[in-house]
Design a protein around this ligand. Structure first.
Ligand code: PLP
Length: 343
């Protein structure tokens, strides 16, 4: 176990967190004259600052304790808080593996923390020798691993993740936004009891279809969750968003049905795309999108936009690649027709 007090910023250790009216009294019934709320209306009351109902459902689903669960206003907040808790601006550094999700760079920039980057290898896996070298003379507090990785779509080897967990004395943040599209045993969530420096972040934005509700989650040791609760804005998840998430979790059959359609559509897309002349290569995908190498990504992207079909041009990250999210069967058909008309 790592002494987390050595990793946390001194000002955060010393911080006296805001104590909200709902911290002091959290019962559901009574005459509430404590928060200067308006007594009239439907959304007149502040939401539960610790999202207890929602956390109970998530914790049960993920087989973890409520005390190991945090909910943020999207993963974006979960990522930002990691910088704010652990990285002293202009001093500490963070590390990630590229190409990857752009928010780590943006959150690092906002927090004035340098983000070091090691390119993934030709299989889009972590170059462990490169990491060892990078760790030698750098003040690295925080490491971001995205698995399945965006935009490359593949899972990162679990053995490499465990190696890093055993050998890195900072915080390891594993972004599992797409984990529900992969097999369950690939999640690192089961490791949070063994490594107190591990944060596993997930989201309801992708497989749960709630990108509009902004529900990001973090699973970690209770020490880390306490730090997150200390630093987060008191009412960071709105009542409507908490309720939307609870409704989705109560309808797991809908989730499963949509997930299976997306997964079978992904296979169909892969088959059909590989028959089109413009497609050079389709990378292995453990997510709900495909990274596809075409003859000329800028050309294909622009031609598709003309037909009002929007994919993500990743030419700058991976040469001549576009990233295609799996849509409804009809949307996928439209994409395939448009591509076939291009060649
Ligand atoms: C889409 C995505 C997220 C989701 O972010 P939210 O803020 O929860 O919507 C997180 N990480 C990665 C890598 C993503 O691609």
């Amino acid at each position: 176990m790592i002494d987390l007090n050595k990793l946390v910023k001194q000002n955060i250790l010393a911080l006296q967190p805001y104590s909200s009216a709902r911290d002091e009294f959290s019962g559901e019934e009574g005459v509430f004259l404590d928060a200067n709320e308006n007594p009239f209306g439907e959304l007149n009351r502040y939401p539960d600052p610790y999202q207890r109902k929602l956390k109970q459902k998530l914790a049960q689903l993920k087989n973890v304790s409520v005390g190991n669960t945090f909910i943020g206003n999207g993963s974006d907040e979960v990522i930002d808080l990691a910088f704010r808790i652990f990285c002293d601006p202009a001093h500490d550094k963070a590390l990630t593996f590229t190409p990857t999700y752009g928010m780590y760079e943006v959150a690092a920039g906002i927090n004035n923390v340098e983000l070091l980057k090691i390119p993934l290898d030709t299989e889009f896996q972590i170059d462990l020798a490169g990491v060892k070298q990078m760790l030698q003379n750098n003040n690295i507090k925080l490491m971001f691993i995205c698995s399945p990785n965006n935009p490359t779509a593949n899972l990162i080897n679990k053995a490499d993740i465990e190696y890093l967990l055993s050998n890195f004395n900072g915080i390891i943040f594993i972004d599992e936004a797409y984990i529900d599209f992969a097999d369950n045993e690939n999640s690192s969530i089961g490791l949070i009891n063994r490594y107190n420096n591990l944060i596993v972040s997930q989201t309801l934005s992708k497989a749960w279809g709630l990108a509009g509700a902004r529900i990001g989650t973090a699973y970690a040791s209770d020490e880390i969750i306490k730090l997150y609760n200390k630093v987060k804005p008191p009412y960071n998840v709105s009542k409507m968003n908490q309720q939307a998430a609870i409704n989705a979790l109560d309808n797991i059959e809908v989730f499963k049905k949509n997930l299976s359609v997306i997964l079978s559509e992904k296979e169909r897309l892969k088959r059909e795309l590989s028959k089109t002349k413009l497609v050079r290569k389709i990378y292995r995908s453990d997510a709900n999108f495909l990274l596809v190498e075409v003859s000329d990504a800028d050309f294909v992207y622009n031609e598709l936009v003309k037909q009002k079909i929007i994919v993500r041009n990743r030419n700058k990250q991976v040469k001549n690649c576009i990233r295609i999210s799996v849509g409804t069967p009809q949307e996928n058909d439209e994409l395939l027709t448009a591509l076939n008309n291009l060649q």
